[in-house]
Design a binder for this molecule. Structure first.
Ligand code: AMP
Ligand code: ZN
Length: 468
């Protein structure tokens, strides 16, 4: 099968994603900072990375997917103290919530999911190398900084001019670091932050005194540990291009032999009312928010993949309603095909070859979805043989798997009179069941029964009926 072609932020060209070792695509995604629930903007990036992985795997290539957990930084320390919990307990709780949301959204779990706190010695070792090679220096307070002027390629990924880099760094510094004046240069960034009273008990010993690693360092250290010096692809949201990824490149290239990621994939933002969805702007929705309003995780996922990953996507409730309709159409088409064929082994594209090619062209999901619907529309109006139906159903499931789409139960007439809040509860229970969260599924079933409704499960889904 032909390989996926993806836009590469560094070279600004679309390039084939082919594993360096010819077998396994080894890639890294910057993971969540676990100090609250991830919002659906964060999930836009994680879902796009999931589709990329699924498409690579569907094309016959193995993957090694590393995604970190940021469990120590200013925000996790601040909020664990507010919550009166130890950093470990606080971040564990939010990591578990993140995993539950990932399962509901049908994200494949990464092969390795290392955490920053579990890799402090690796980070210290990297700083030691950088200091020894003259790329880093300790300030009087025991903090250690990367000397940006020592790395001539700094800024290549973000294509920023020197003046803009300075501006960006000084803005970032004034927002996050009051110890700015201890640095030799404005653009230098912290590798190790000396212990401050507000860190509480969250500090570690190091050759430069007690403190903790700077945020950028953890990814470089964990990449070296799990993917080595040379690896295939690195990904994150566009907000990470500068300074985070620029700093990762600098730290990694200067502490090793000058190699790092061969391909950079960046996902554009999910927006609300024209602004980036973000915790600091307070304009976010979590998966739980949307489930409470009666939408399913599959509908949320559908919305998140429905725009091209390199274009900003505006989130609206209308798009969730459209996703519901689109998923129903797919489920109905699948059901109609299933009446003509019982054989399901989705290993090839069948009549969806063109839609698949579209997907391979820089992960054009909206184009591929359009292609799928146009084939299904044609099939709907044609009498087809059992053999064609088998090819079509297998092809459809091949595409759905690559996109991570799970079909909802077909909405039968019987469920039309079910009140929206009951239907929403039933959907939440179904999602919990799919995510193997049996306890929640049980609680919701009992809640429905208490309200006078029974759920009947089948292989394809559920129907809600009034209690006799
Ligand atoms: P964080 O938990 O803030 O470290 O972010 C986790 C991931 O979500 C990173 O790859 C971010 O770039 C990404 N991200 C944050 N906000 C958005 C957004 N509104 N749309 C898409 N991706 C986002
Ligand atoms: Zn990172």
């Amino acid at each position: 099968m032909p390989a996926l072609k993806l836009h590469d932020t560094l070279s600004r060209t679309d390039r084939e994603v082919k594993p360096l070792d010819g077998k396994t695509l080894r890639f890294y995604c910057c993971g969540p900072t676990v100090y609250g629930p991830a919002h659906i903007g964060n999930f836009r990036t994680f879902v796009a990375q999931d589709v990329m992985r699924r498409v690579v795997e569907a094309s016959g290539t193995l993957t090694l997917h590393v995604r970190n957990i940021t469990d120590v930084d200013d925000k996790t320390i601040r909020d664990s103290q507010k919550a009166g919990q130890s950093l470990i307990d606080f971040t564990r709780g939010w990591t578990e919530k993140f995993h539950a949301d990932c399962a509901s959204l049908n994200l494949l779990p990464p092969t390795v999911e290392p955490s920053a706190v579990a890799h402090i010695p690796h980070q210290i070792a990297m700083i030691e190398k950088l200091v020894a090679k003259g790329h880093a220096y300790a300030a009087a307070d025991g903090s250690v900084y990367f000397r940006v002027s020592s790395f001539k390629d700094y800024g290549r990924l973000s294509h920023l001019e020197d003046r803009e880099l300075r501006l960006g760094a000084s803005e970032a510094a004034s927002a996050t670091d009051s110890d700015e004046y201890t640095k030799d240069s404005l653009t230098d960034f912290a590798l190790w932050k000396a212990r401050k009273p507000e860190d509480g008990s969250n500090y570690w010993p190091s050759p430069w005194g007690e403190g903790r690693p700077g945020w950028h360092l953890e990814c470089s250290a964990m990449i070296l540990e799990y993917l080595g010096e040379d690896f295939d692809l690195h990904s994150g949201g566009v907000d990470l291009i500068f300074p985070h990824h620029e700093n990762e490149i600098a730290q990694s290239c200067c502490s090793t032999h000058g190699h790092f990621a061969h391909h950079w994939m960046h996902v554009a933002h999910l927006m609300v009312d024209g602004g980036k969805m973000s915790k600091s702007l307070g304009n976010l929705y979590t998966l739980a928010d949307l489930q409470q309003r009666g939408y399913s995780a599959a509908e949320v996922r559908y919305v998140l993949i429905s725009g091209h990953y390199r274009a900003p996507l505006n989130f609206t409730f209308h798009s969730l309603d459209s996703a519901r309709q689109a998923l129903q159409k797919l489920a109905k088409a699948d059901k109609a095909l299933s009446l003509l064929t019982s054989h399901l082994s989705p290993s090839s594209t069948g009549p969806f070859a063109e839609a698949w090619d579209t997907l391979l062209n820089d992960l054009n999901v909206p184009g591929a979805l359009g292609g799928i619907f146009s084939v299904l529309n044609k099939l709907k109006h044609t009498a087809i043989s059992a053999e064609d139906a088998t090819a079509a159903r297998n092809g459809l499931h091949f595409m759905l798997k690559a996109l991570g789409i799970t079909l909802p139960p077909v909405q039968e007439e019987a469920t039309a009179d079910v009140p929206a809040e009951i239907q929403a509860l039933a959907q939440q229970r179904w999602d919990a069941k799919q995510a193997k969260d049996w306890a929640t599924a049980d609680v919701l079933r009992k809640e429905l029964e208490a309200a006078g409704w029974l759920i009947k499960d089948s292989k394809e889904g559920f129907t809600v009926v009034p209690k006799a």
